[in-house]
Design a protein around this ligand. Structure first.
Ligand SMILES: *Cc1c(COP(=O)(O)O)cnc(C)c1O
Length: 452
């Protein structure tokens, strides 16, 4: 079940870690093992109240278990507890952060870059929009209506005007609507989402790059969810074209804690032009700088940051390099394959209506019914019935005005319809698909009856 076998590797690693301190006078921090044990057992008991996110039968929200490599490296690093704010807070881990981030930049084919890890995609996007607003002061940020809600909120925090642009029936930024808005003027930044959080839809970044040449806006790619799919070899051509153009965005956000096998607390912002580092300049009376080198606290809005997150990412990328055709890329391809197979199965069944063919590894679907109210009710009931069979799905509310033509004939009874949503984020989902499908069908039959 939970991986306990690799824990002995942590013991070995800690022995190696303490080697350089062997000459120090011995010192044992006080710890009352009995008290620790009692509270830790109690804590484990409290933590039992969770869905089994690590298991292939969890096919719901965006939750992916960290790789054992990341868990072990993170746990080991905590015994040092480096702070990646200033170099003297974490010399090794700061270097490892720079190396790991450079590998992400290399994945974008950027010969140079400026970038660092953040607490997550929200902070990473905040920094990207903050830099964008310094370069395009007072001008409006545009993102699609299906972009992450964080862009609107961050813009409000930063005091930048923000507007939403309509999407097409595939959930992608609508280029005609965008051009109409660009013609009205005063647009500073366009956010392209490569993998929307709900559907995994991919905005046509290649076409946005072309528009950028005419209109001169700054182009930010929010690839918090989808960024790593640049390495996958089984994308549809137009999706692959969008990912290929990531190298032309001005800034890119990728969350290692989404598809990069990291525990939470690991986002990343990358800028194509290192000169934007000038906006971060500050005079700190607190931090004692022992190095002439640029340290990470000078290029990050967050001050103290977990060195352990950088160590975990570095170790994971060392084990699983970010290469096309490599083991990491193959696992992503399997996630997408699972989503495609599931979509095929839904499509062929008379009982289901999938929303759209998945651009990445997220599938949204609903039980077939005559009207959107019934669909919403059945979706909610199937969600609950499936959970009782240990199959964990997610619910997803979609605007009925965006329903695809394949849903023609369904009577629309309100602005929203509740569907089911599955993020196939684990490569194991491919092998588990027959089991997932049989539990899904059993749940539907239980709720709607075999004929429905
Ligand atoms: C998850 C996500 C975010 C927010 O990132 P957090 O790591 O949750 O802060 C932003 N944009 C997209 C596209 C996302 O999928």
């Amino acid at each position: 079940m939970l991986d306990k076998e690799s824990l002995h590797l942590l013991q070995e690693a800690l022995q190696k870690l303490e080697e350089p301190y062997a000459s120090l006078p011995s010192f044992t921090p006080a710890a009352d093992a009995e008290a620790l044990q009692a509270v830790l057992q109690e804590t484990a008991g409290r933590m039992q109240d969770n869905f089994p996110f690590y298991h292939p039968l969890y096919v719901g929200q965006m939750l992916k278990p960290p790789h054992p490599m990341a868990r072990l490296a993170y746990a080991m690093a905590q015994f040092v507890n480096p702070n990646n704010h200033a170099l003297d807070g974490g010399r090794a881990s700061s270097l490892m952060e720079k190396e790991a981030v450079a590998q992400l930049a290399a994945m974008l084919d950027w010969p140079q870059h400026l970038g660092h890890l953040t607490g997550g995609g929200t902070m990473a996007n905040l920094e990207a929009l903050w830099v964008a607003s310094k370069l395009q002061p007072g001008k409006t940020v545009l993102a699609s209506e299906l972009a992450h809600y964080t862009h609107e909120r961050i813009s409000a925090v930063l005091g930048i005007p923000f507007e939403k642009i309509a999407v097409d029936k595939q959930g992608r930024l609508d280029l005609q609507a965008l051009e109409a808005r660009l013609q009205r003027g005063d647009v500073g930044t366009v956010v392209a989402t490569l993998g929307t959080t709900g559907l995994g839809a991919v905005d046509p970044l290649d076409k946005l790059v072309a528009l950028q040449q005419t209109w001169g806006f700054r182009l930010h790619a929010d690839a918090a969810y989808g960024g790593y799919f640049r390495l996958a070899g089984n994308l549809e051509p137009e999706v692959a074209r969008a990912f290929a153009t990531l190298s032309q965005a001005d800034s890119v956000v990728i969350d290692p804690h989404k598809h990069g096998l990291q525990p939470y607390g690991c986002g990343c912002v990358l800028f194509r032009d290192p000169a934007v580092g000038r906006f971060y300049r500050h005079d700190s009376p607190y931090t004692y700088f022992t190095s002439e080198e640029l340290h990470l606290g000078e290029i990050s809005l967050e001050c103290s940051r977990p060195g352990a997150a950088a160590v975990a990412l570095w170790a994971t990328q060392r084990l699983l390099p970010l290469e096309q055709g490599g083991a990491f890329a193959q696992d992503l391809e399997k996630c997408r394959q699972a989503a495609l197979q599931c979509w095929d199965q839904l499509q062929q069944s008379p009982h289901w209506m999938p929303l759209l063919p998945p651009a990445l590894d997220i599938v949204v679907y609903a039980p077939r019914a005559a009207d959107t109210d019934t669909i919403s009710r059945l979706s909610q009931q199937i969600f609950t019935a499936a959970a009782k069979k240990d199959l964990h799905l997610a619910q997803f509310r979609y605007p009925t005005r965006l329903l695809p033509t394949s849903w023609q004939g369904v009577e629309i009874r309100g602005e929203w319809v509740t569907c089911l949503r599955s993020c196939f984020m684990k490569p194991e989902h491919v092998e588990w698909l027959p089991e997932i499908w049989s539990r899904l069908e059993a749940s539907r039959e239980e709720v709607a009856g075999p004929q429905a």
